[in-house]
Design a protein around this ligand. Structure first.
Ligand code: NAD
Ligand code: KPC
Length: 239
């Protein structure tokens, strides 16, 4: 039977493009999202909150009951926080907690739920969508930047601890991507120009360009790659 991938936050943006791309490659895909999801070609669509252990556990139980295995987990669900979640001293404490909960606790809970199946298989790949903000600070987004730094180190921790069990972990670090998350900023010509001026390629990315990278990682090519952060930022962090 074909391989199985789970994509969290698969209802929108990068996650939706990734789910479609993996389905096109013949992978059986389970999409997990807190919001409304149009099924697309995904084999299984589950409403779940990645911050809630019970919700996550019940989703993964259903996935394993349905497919019998999990080859790839894409930890993609993420948030930036409200308009008030800006620089450190102005970030509401509850917004800090909410951002860490989705962006750090989420990958932890989902990976924790997927690992027993991967360990039993002796194979598996955890791909976490971090951000260029996990490598260089995104100005005015303290909670988000800190959370993505944690996502990168979470990936390295899993890579190191499970390499001898046949399980790999890699992160993808996109730069600015045109999705519902960033629409509010990119729809304002001045703010868009400000972002584009920092990117050597002079343009933001489309979700398909990130989905392509995730699909390459999810394929069993690059089999020696683990603990890596694959940066797709148009040269932003190379400056
Ligand atoms: P998006 O807002 O379009 O999609 C995120 C999806 O995650 C939504 O469908 C949402 O419902 C889901 N989600 C949010 N909280 C959830 C929860 N608690 N449980 C389950 N699902 C939840 O965002 P996007 O731009 O596609 O971002 C996807 C990932 O890529 C995020 O981790 C984001 O930080 C990262 N990223 C985005 C950009 C960008 O510029 N758009 C850049 C770098 C990294
Ligand atoms: C680069 C990245 O991960 C997105 S950071 C900016 C998000 S927002 O402030 O909502 O435009």
């Amino acid at each position: 039977e074909s391989r199985v991938a789970v994509v969290t936050g698969g209802g929108s943006g990068i996650g939706r493009a990734t789910a479609a791309r993996l389905v096109a490659e013949g992978i059986r895909v389970a999409v997990l999202d807190i919001g409304d999801v149009t099924a697309g070609d995904a084999k299984l669509v589950l409403r779940a909150d990645v911050t809630d252990p019970y919700s996550v556990q019940s989703a993964f139980t259903q996935i394993v009951d349905t497919f019998g295995r999990i080859d790839v987990l894409v930890n993609n669900a993420g948030i930036t926080g409200s308009a008030e979640a800006t620089v450190c001293h102005q970030t509401p404490i509850e917004e800090w907690d909410r951002v860490q909960a989705v962006n750090v606790r989420g990958p932890f809970l989902c990976t924790r739920a997927a690992l027993p199946t991967m360990l039993a298989q002796g194979t598996g790949h955890v791909i976490t969508v971090a951000s260029v903000a996990g490598l260089i600070a995104f100005p005015g987004r303290c909670a988000y930047t800190a959370s993505k730094g944690a996502a990168v180190m979470f990936t390295r921790s899993v890579a190191v601890d499970y390499a001898s069990s046949g399980i790999r972990a890699n992160a993808v670090c996109p730069g600015m991507v045109e999705t519902p998350m960033t629409k509010w900023r990119l729809d304002q010509p001045e703010l868009r120009a400000q972002v584009e001026s920092k990117i050597p390629m002079g343009r933001v990315a489309q979700p398909d360009e990130i989905a392509d990278a995730i699909a390459l990682l999810a394929s069993d090519r690059l089999a020696y790659l683990t603990g890596h952060t694959l940066v797709l930022d148009g040269g932003w962090s190379a400056l």
